[in-house]
Write a protein that binds this ligand. Structure first.
Ligand SMILES: O=C(O)CCC(=O)C(=O)O
Ligand SMILES: [Fe+2]
Length: 346
């Protein structure tokens, strides 16, 4: 047994195996389509990847490499500071954005520290998960004093990543046979946020996880990972864990719960997790592309009919978000809300 706090220890069946012989890789898609027939092929590749894996990597995506590298650098510098310094921007019940080092996924503590910031500042979300409570609350960002260029760098980076997120949203809409801008209106007051993840080396990587298995809630996630590796996804066909190979300057894209519901289960929001290791620290930067809080999520009308009835009941995105995020603050007795709770009865 390694000497880690019991709050980090995963149940036996959740622990990583480290003997993966899987060589299968998620699709790598080049976004630089130059002719209409290339674009057609691009759209269909994206559709296939969303269906078969719910995950793919993109290259030639338009986000400047230098911007990403500089953001990684300030992230590293931020996490390198003393705990005293980081705690100055620690998130709490009032300010849920900022620094945090005790997130739980499914009630087990994750081996990581994070910094979260909103794309729109301020952002409005429901005050509680209670469906009858109409009150809203205003979220704002907390920025650290050091590194000096941290705020500007993070915001500049997210601006470019957001553009990529909209581009992908349009490609995915087209892959569903819909107009490119079919989903754009749902993001007018988006509650998207970006996260900087730092996974320190872990003395007992066979017992803990950087992030426990989970599905991302929103429409899609645009993730930058460094060269260390550790992200694994559960394959749609059989649930086997397959590693996502680091590719320099590529972004990993995954379908979230909202997209799965909009597509009426044609597209897949895959479970994923992060394995840690005893030698190397790892950094990653997900951008969670989330609709406006007032959007009602349900299978798109164009995609359902008598033969293919809606597989989900309608739900409010802001309330779903609020109920999932309750668990950030403390260990809960019950598992937080999962998308399957909204499955229509057969
Ligand atoms: O660090 C990673 O590769 C993925 C992190 C993740 O899945 C998340 O923050 O939702
Ligand atoms: Fe995730």
């Amino acid at each position: 047994m390694g000497d880690i706090d019991p709050s980090f220890v995963q149940d036996h069946e959740q622990r990583p195996k480290f003997n993966s012989t899987e060589i299968e890789e998620i699709p790598v898609i080049d976004l630089s389509a130059s002719s209409p027939s290339d674009s057609q092929e691009l759209v269909s590749k994206i559709g296939e990847a969303c269906k078969n894996y719910g995950f793919f990597q993109v290259i030639n995506h338009g986000v400047p490499l230098e911007l990403r590298q500089k953001t990684e650098k300030v992230a590293k510098e931020f996490f390198d500071q003393s705990m005293e310094e980081k705690r100055k921007v620690k998130r709490n019940e009032v300010d849920p954005m900022g620094y945090y080092d005790s997130e739980h996924t499914k009630n087990v503590r994750d081996w990581k520290e994070v910094f979260d910031y909103l794309v729109l500042d301020p952002t409005l979300i429901p005050a509680s998960a209670d469906p009858d409570d109409k009150e809203l609350r205003t979220l704002t960002n907390q920025w650290p004093e050091y590194p000096f260029e941290f705020r500007e760098q993070c915001q500049g980076y997210t601006k470019q990543v957001e553009k990529l997120a909209f581009k992908l949203l349009e490609l995915i809409s087209m892959s569903l046979g819909l107009p490119a801008d079919r989903l754009n209106g749902y993001f007018k007051d988006q509650i998207s946020f970006a996260r900087l993840n730092h996974y320190p080396p872990c003395p007992s990587p066979h017992l803990a996880l950087g992030v426990g298995r989970h599905k991302d809630g929103g429409a899609l996630t645009v993730l930058a990972q460094d060269e260390v590796g550790g992200l694994e996804i559960a394959r749609r066909s059989d649930g086997e864990w397959i590693p996502v190979k680091p590719i320099p300057d590529a972004f990993i894209i995954n379908i979230g719960n909202c997209m799965q519901v909009w597509s009426n289960d044609l597209y897949w929001s895959a479970e994923h997790r992060v394995v840690v290791n005893s030698e190397k620290e790892r950094f990653s930067m997900p951008f969670f592309f989330f609709p406006s809080h007032y959007v009602q999520i349900k299978p798109l009308e164009e995609l359902v009919n008598e033969q293919n009835p809606p597989k989900y009941k309608e739900f409010n995105w802001g309330k779903f978000f609020a109920s999932r995020n309750r668990s950030d603050y403390k260990q809960q007795e019950v598992e937080n809300v999962q998308i399957d709770h909204y499955k229509a009865s057969e």
